[in-house]
Design a binder for this molecule. Structure first.
Ligand SMILES: C[S@@+](CC[C@H](N)C(=O)[O-])C[C@H]1O[C@@H](n2cnc3c(N)ncnc32)[C@H](O)[C@@H]1O
Length: 335
């Protein structure tokens, strides 16, 4: 670790080292636009390990071969003139919200049209912009306004779009390699960061699985963008198989977040432009208050049916890896 930091801090200000700097993790995280207000840092007080030199930090996902975003002419956004309107069922960005609620936020009218507040976030007080408890406890997607919308960049419904507002530290854990923590307190419902990586086709993901020397563990880096997959969909991109995000070799700091059977974060599908549902974001939110310095975790198999969860099947344990999350309700095995 010292050798890596010394090379960066003492030599990377010098001209003529462009090729070397491209592979330097410290140069990569210092190129992020948010480096001053919300820096990413890397520390190791445990041993001499450094991050895998083949890994590269990126601050947005990269589209792989054969993955196309929707053409500009097919993008659509809401036409809300007053951004405050982007919290109600009348905002077209929120038209697909599954609203089974009769809860807190209530009904109002817009001209003659009755409208319900279906906004995923709190809109008042100290919790403003934090995901509401009802959504946090669900696996519902989050719909946000985006760059094709008429509302401005100060629209309250652009929490994930505005990006990470938390400084993150990648640190060496005692027994699970690298992990991630925050250097500030995080509140329940607060957005932490996206899971980023290369967005690849299902065929390419399977090719990488087959080729990977870490065999089935390759799956810990692959997330299927399957929230809207539907074999009956009129949109062929949603009929599947879904695209996948591979964070193994290119990603942001959340690629180093470890698993816990009692996690403090949960991952949500976040949709911007409805025409780009097949490319939805994966957004991590705190599911309880997290004091600064506590390791950030999520459940890698959240949402998997118990009957498909190998950790609950004693027959399969002999070929599985031990879970070292240390939580009282640890299932004992990862995969
Ligand atoms: C997505 S990576 C997380 C970052 C990783 N610790 C590293 O050093 O790069 C997933 C890998 O971390 C380790 N890991 C994560 N959570 C763990 C847990 N609860 N118990 C044991 N190992 C864990 C496993 O080696 C797993 O393959």
């Amino acid at each position: 670790m010292e050798a890596a930091t010394k090379q960066h801090f003492f030599h990377h200000g010098e001209p003529g080292l462009e090729a070397e700097k491209q592979h330097c993790h410290f140069c990569q995280i210092r190129s992020f636009a948010t480096r001053s207000r919300f820096p990413v840092t890397i520390v190791n007080t445990e041993d001499d390990a450094v991050l895998d030199p083949h890994f590269r930090f990126v601050d947005s996902s990269i589209l792989g071969k054969g993955v196309e975003p929707t053409k500009g002419e097919f993008l659509t956004g809401c036409e809300c003139v007053d951004a405050e309107d982007c919290q109600y069922s009348t905002c077209t960005c929120l038209q697909d919200v599954d609203d089974d609620s009769t809860d807190d936020e209530g009904v109002s009218t817009y001209g003659e049209t009755p409208r319900r507040k279906v906004y995923a976030y709190h809109s008042h007080g100290t919790k403003v912009g934090h995901l509401r408890s009802k959504i946090l406890a669900s696996r519902n997607p989050i719909y946000e306004c985006h760059e094709s919308c008429a509302c401005g960049s100060d629209c309250p419904n652009r929490v994930v779009e505005r990006g990470r507002k938390i400084p993150l530290q990648i640190f060496r854990t005692e027994n699970r390699g690298w992990g991630v923590r925050s250097t500030v307190d995080i509140k329940k419902g607060q957005f932490v960061d996206r899971y980023m990586g290369e967005i690849i086709t299902a065929q390419e993901a399977n090719r990488r699985r087959a080729k990977s020397h870490i065999a089935q563990r390759k799956d810990v880096y692959l997330f299927a963008l399957d929230k809207f997959s539907d074999p009956e969909s009129y949109d062929e991109r949603l009929r599947g198989p879904p695209l996948e995000v591979d964070g193994e070799f290119m990603s942001g700091p959340t690629r180093f977040v470890n698993h816990s059977c009692e996690p403090n974060m949960r991952i949500f599908a976040r949709v911007g432009d409805h025409a780009d549902k097949h490319l939805h974001d994966l957004a991590l939110f705190a599911i309880r208050d997290i004091p600064r310095g506590e390791e950030l975790t999520f459940d890698y198999v959240d949402g998997i049916d118990d009957s498909e969860n190998d950790a609950l099947d004693p027959e399969k344990h002999k070929d599985m890896s031990r879970c070292l999350c240390g939580s009282p309700s640890c299932r004992g095995y990862l995969w």
